[in-house]
Write a protein of this length. Structure first.
Ligand code: HEM
Length: 396
């Protein structure tokens, strides 16, 4: 896969995203993407991410309480809606310092709108006529999408406007609880001293919430689904945390089997199953020419199941990712966060959140899959479970 800014740009199918998220990093291209990626990169610096760890602890603790309450009757529970709400709490609390309290069913309009937008977008990919904007926006679903986007836009605009006012009154950002993504967006300046416009900030906020919530929720969900092998994960977590209940930055790099486990989940289930690119120059492949402007789908799920790289690809084997077994040839055989200049800017954030959630979950509960419940892979923009993920959780 060639992924340089000279000969490819994100998307075609992602063009559909532009209406609901605006031209944030995922959808923008060329000079605009290049400038904004540079301006946003400091928001994902180690120090900023460390500031998020205590916020994530709180969010994950709430998740544990919610799961405990939901399973007191001893019945199995579909954990997927729970991981969705907690992932949304995590991204909004960390990056915008806004307490959305989605796990307490607050801001229901916003969460319902986000979820319905995702449903509509997935539907559009499977119905070609709906890809034509002029037809789609005449339909009742198109009109509904417009209304839903107004709800999400109003939500993020309010947060940005309030913060802009706060920053004008309190110049010293260090007084704040943690420096967050929104602070960085509002204060970033390029070489010419120009900052981002209100619209650009708004688009980046919408992009980060969308790109950072569903992907992480699915990864957490599939990791739990794969946790038949939880005993080794449990041992690893206990070895690192001992009696400590709060996870700190220093712990995150020490989880070894847990990290292998999460990576194998991302190989096996591929939370982002397809990447799309549009070629800006003709490409020759095996004697065929792909003309400029094509939408090229790169099937990460199939790459993750390429038997030339992953010999027994249908076996779930976290050991693939043991440092001793790593084969450098496998680098391009594993791209859960994509590779190259357009790789995922939030990957460390995501890995921290997934590891923290799973670590706290295995420490608190014994997890057993509900044998009477079946689910399957439902590939959309993210790889969803077709029928949720039902497990029994027994408090340790
Ligand atoms: C396990 C969770 C996640 C997975 C599997 C994931 C995966 C990906 C992938 C595959 C891409 C590349 C898309 C493409 O090439 O078309 C991407 C891009 C991106 N991701 Fe993530 N992501 C995750 C979490 C996050 C989080 C938590 C954030 C934000 C905090 C985030 C923000 C972004 C952004 C802004 C881009 C666009 C980057 C660019 O084009 O410059 N992602 N992600």
């Amino acid at each position: 896969m060639s992924d340089t800014k000279e000969n490819s740009s994100a998307a075609l199918t992602l063009d559909l995203w532009t209406y609901s998220r605006g031209e944030g990093l995922v959808c923008s291209n060329g000079k605009k993407w290049e400038r904004n990626r540079k301006l946003l990169t400091p928001a994902f610096h180690f120090n900023i991410l460390s500031g998020y760890v205590s916020v994530m602890n709180e969010v994950v603790d709430t998740l544990m309480d919610k799961l405990e309450t939901a399973t007191t009757d001893g019945k199995s529970v579909d954990i997927f809606p729970f991981t969705c709400r907690s992932a949304l709490d995590a991204i909004v609390s960390c990056s915008l310092s806004y307490e959305g309290n989605f796990q307490d069913y607050q801001n229901l309009d916003y969460i319902n709108a986000i979820q319905r937008i995702l449903e509509i977008e997935s539907l559009r990919y499977s119905k070609p006529w709906q890809m034509i904007d002029s037809l789609f926006y005449l339909s009742s679903t198109g009109q509904e999408l417009k209304r839903l986007c107004k709800t999400t836009t109003d939500f993020s605009e309010n947060i940005i406007k309030t913060r802009t006012k706060d920053l004008k009154c309190h110049h010293d950002l260090k007084e704040k609880r943690h420096l967050d993504f929104l602070d960085i967006l509002l204060t970033a300046r390029d070489e010419q001293g120009n900052g981002l416009t209100f619209e650009e900030i708004h688009d980046e906020v919408n992009t980060i919430t969308a790109a950072g919530f569903d992907t992480t929720a699915c990864t957490i969900g599939w990791t739990v689904y794969a946790l038949g092998l939880w005993e080794m994960v449990f041992q690893d977590v206990c070895g690192v945390l001992g009696d400590e209940t709060d996870i700190k930055t220093k712990h995150l790099g020490k989880f070894s089997y847990l990290t292998q486990f999460v990576k194998e989940t991302m190989r096996f289930y591929s939370p982002v199953p397809v990447l799309t690119r549009r070629n800006e120059h003709p490409i020759e492949l095996d004697g065929y020419e792909i003309p400029t402007g094509c939408s090229i789908n790169i099937q990460s799920y199939l790459i993750h199941h390429n038997k030339h790289v992953w010999t027994d690809h249908n076996e779930f084997k976290p050991e693939w990712f043991d440092a001793e077994n790593r084969d450098d040839n496998a680098i391009y055989g594993f791209l859960p966060f994509s590779v190259g200049s357009r790789n995922c800017i939030g990957q460390v954030f995501a890995m921290n959140e997934v590891k923290m959630t799973i670590a706290k979950l295995v420490k608190k509960f014994e997890i057993v899959k509900d044998p009477d419940h079946e689910t399957d892979l439902r590939p959309e923009i993210v790889m969803r479970p077709s029928n949720g993920i039902k497990v029994f959780l027994k408090k340790r």
